[in-house]
Design a protein around this ligand. Structure first.
Ligand code: F6R
Length: 369
């Protein structure tokens, strides 16, 4: 039950460090990843496949986007992300050397279930990453890697999302090792970063009260924009989705590089824009590009809410508010950056007097197509 929490969502946000830790438990040993459940795929499948296709809807699809970035980097194998409900209605090119990885908290999402069945008909191997033991999608799949977030009651997904990222990263590291793309030392370094996430995320969640204050002055806001690049992009999409579903506010997430291709026309004085700022230490040198995006929209009157790493002072002259996250490398930052956006959406919904756990028109699992 809710315990002392005001909502299941508040409780589940606080449970995110444990959701990650429990998903990692028993699966990292001496710096290596151990996933015996993948044996059910059959011998040599992970070395034989030529590509990976992720399937999911909503938040699960955003976790899959991070999986795409991670697996292409670590395992050097082509990865695509498909919305389950689109996948089946075109003619996707799939064969028996394709591994289809479905992501689903409930394991009952009809769109994803039907997409998995379709992929099987086309000869694909199927892996399910799922939070619900014994649910339908894992039963339809060759193998299952469970997330251990515990039951998620609030309609809006929070702890299941971070657990999905942890499980997908474990899978990606395992795939990269068995394919000889990452050596033991590299895997050990990355598993140590994964294992550090729960404690780091705890420190982000501790800033809950200052994020609640932001929500307080935004109750009359009609539109919020979220920007991110690379690993920050799925987080911008997730921040926007949370705000739509909980606070019923129009919200859009954009890849920051796309701004000048159209969305910058939306910027007018007072427009709130959350920006997920990549680390200035990041290997992909996106930091200066995102800072210049911030300057461009700030010059047009945008109100900037930056999520930036501790010690990054470059945002200070341009941001109206800075929310700090601990130092992490590029692919791990999103796990830390998402929490302030979840808290913001929840607090704004609560400030508007809305039911945070049961938003209108939505069900926890979507068992119809
Ligand atoms: C968003 C949300 C939905 C689900 C989506 C997939 O907060 O909860 O977007 O993520 O309906 O659900 P599962 O993961 O159960 O397949």
């Amino acid at each position: 039950e809710k315990g002392g929490w005001s909502s299941f969502m508040a409780k589940e946000i606080s449970e995110q460090p444990a959701a990650i830790a429990n998903t990692l438990i028993g699966r990292i040993s001496d710096g290596a990843v151990k996933l015996p459940e993948l044996d059910a795929l059959g011998p040599d499948i992970l070395t034989d496949i030529t590509r990976v296709v992720f399937l999911g809807c909503g938040t699960a699809a955003y976790a899959a986007m991070l999986g795409q970035y991670a697996i292409e980097k670590w395992a050097h194998i082509p990865v695509t992300v498909e919305l389950s409900h689109e996948f089946r209605y075109r003619d996707p090119v799939i064969d028996n050397r394709t591994l289809v990885v479905s992501i689903s908290q409930s394991g009952e999402t009809m769109d994803t279930l039907m997409a998995v069945k379709y992929a099987k008909e086309l000869g694909a191997r199927t892996l399910s990453i799922c939070n619900t033991q014994g649910s339908t999608i894992p039963r339809e799949s060759d193998a299952v890697l469970y997330t251990h977030a515990g039951p998620e009651v609030a309609v809006a997904s929070t702890k299941a999302f971070v657990a999905q990222i942890a499980a997908i990263y474990l899978f990606g590291l395992h795939l990269a090792s068995v394919r000889g793309e990452l050596d033991a030392a590299a895997v050990a370094g990355l598993t140590a970063e994964l294992a550090a996430l729960p404690a780091q995320l705890e420190t982000v969640i501790e800033q809950k009260d200052s994020i609640s204050q932001l929500a307080g002055w935004m109750v009359d806001t009609r539109s919020v924009i979220f920007l991110g690049r690379h690993a920050g992009y799925p987080i911008a999409l997730e921040g926007a989705l949370k705000l739509k579903e909980l606070a019923y506010i129009h919200a859009e997430g954009f890849a920051a590089g796309e701004l000048k291709h159209g969305p910058i026309a939306l910027i007018e004085p007072g427009q709130p824009v959350f920006v997920v700022v990549p680390s200035p230490r990041g290997e992909n040198s996106l930091h200066p590009k995102v800072i210049s995006n911030i300057q461009e929209i700030r010059a047009r009157g945008a109100r900037i809410l930056a999520i930036a790493e501790e010690g990054d002072v470059s945002v200070l002259p341009f941001a109206d508010t800075v929310i700090r996250i601990p130092l992490a490398s590029t692919l791990f930052e999103p796990v830390l950056a998402v929490a302030p956006l979840q808290i913001f959406a929840m607090e704004l919904a609560a400030a508007k007097g809305l039911d945070v756990d049961q938003p209108r028109n939505l069900a926890k699992s979507v068992t119809v197509e």
